[in-house]
Write a protein that binds this ligand. Structure first.
Ligand SMILES: Nc1ncnc2c1ncn2[C@@H]1O[C@H](COP(=O)(O)OP(=O)(O)O)[C@@H](O)[C@H]1O
Ligand SMILES: [Mg+2]
Length: 293
């Protein structure tokens, strides 16, 4: 999966008289973790659907490597091989009787050979750690399992970018850890991963960069910079992440604090105590996974 550059340039989307996106610009960094943040109704789902080609903007363009999306049948078919969107609710996406049939639906539609379809399904199920579910009926699965099947279905299309609408919503803490581990495996396979969320603590910890939706426009930057901006987070109907609030209350330079172990390390360093290297390394998501966060 090669890296392609997906971007929105001056994208405007309205529903009736309500302009949800008003000239939104976003260049998605390749091969990274991007969190799209905003309060309820701020347009996160709309922007993801627009980037995926499901919503056509009334002004502005969605671009792949600088070329505007062609909304004809063939153009959209090509676009879906570059970008796959995973809906927030897996029940909006899953419709086959069992997991294997659901995940194989997209590759079969591409006209791939049966061995190639089987290979893609097996690979996708392995990335999501759900090989054991292949023969199971969809309706027997838990919410978390259905979410992973929906992601596997998108992954089997082997897109360059995966857009996931609130992938952690409704999952218990262990389910979130499993989801993050699956996203890490996507990144290792050179897929760009974009998620939407209003969970600022998660976004600060997980993302390489954040895109914050405010009044239909996007502010894109470093998680620590944007999420410590009190005016911006209030305008976006968000709040500052708890570790940034705590760092601020302790009078610490908060920009590089991303999680509890980073906060502990900053406190210790501020007191002249040597911060153990393992704690500092815990700022890195894969290391956090190994240590159980
Ligand atoms: N298909 C649609 N038809 C009409 N209004 C819509 C549609 N999709 C979204 N909206 C409206 O657009 C706004 C943004 O919605 P959405 O993109 O779902 O926000 P978010 O995902 O950030 O909660 C909301 O006011 C919502 O009601
Ligand atoms: Mg939404």
């Amino acid at each position: 999966m090669s890296h392609r550059q997906l971007a929105a340039a001056g994208v405007t989307v309205s529903f009736g008289r309500r302009e949800v996106l008003r000239g939104a610009d976003l260049i998605i960094p390749r091969g990274q973790r991007l969190a799209l943040l905003g309060g309820n109704g701020s347009g996160k789902t709309t922007l993801l659907r627009t980037l995926a080609g499901s919503v056509r903007p009334s002004a502005g363009r969605v671009l792949v490597d600088g070329v505007g999306v062609d909304y004809g049948r063939t153009g959209l078919r090509n676009h879906r091989q570059v970008v796959q969107l995973v809906a927030q609710n897996p029940d909006d996406q899953l419709f086959a009787a069992d997991v294997f049939r659901d995940v194989s639906f997209g590759p079969l539609n591409l006209g791939l050979s049966e061995p190639e379809v089987r290979r893609r399904v097996a690979d996708a199920l392995a990335v999501l750690s759900i090989e054991d579910l292949a023969e199971r009926p969809i309706h027997e699965l838990s919410h978390g399992q259905r979410k992973r099947v929906a992601i596997a279905g998108a992954l089997a299309m082997q897109p360059c970018l995966m857009l996931l609408d609130e992938p952690a919503a409704g999952l218990d803490p262990q389910g979130v850890d499993e989801m993050v581990a699956a996203l890490e495996r996507l990144l290792q396979a050179h897929t760009t991963v974009v998620i939407s969320t209003h969970d600022v603590d998660f976004a600060l910890w997980w993302a390489d960069s954040v895109a914050v939706l405010v009044e239909g426009r996007v502010r894109h930057g470093q998680p620590g910079d944007l999420l410590s901006d009190a005016e911006l987070v209030a305008a976006a109907r968000l709040r500052q992440p708890l570790v940034l609030q705590a760092a601020g209350a302790l009078g610490l330079e908060a920009r590089h604090v991303r999680d509890v172990s980073g906060l502990v390390a900053a406190v210790r360093a501020g007191r002249g105590l040597d911060a153990p290297a393992t704690e500092l390394r815990n700022n890195e998501p894969t290391a956090l996974l190994r240590t159980g966060r």
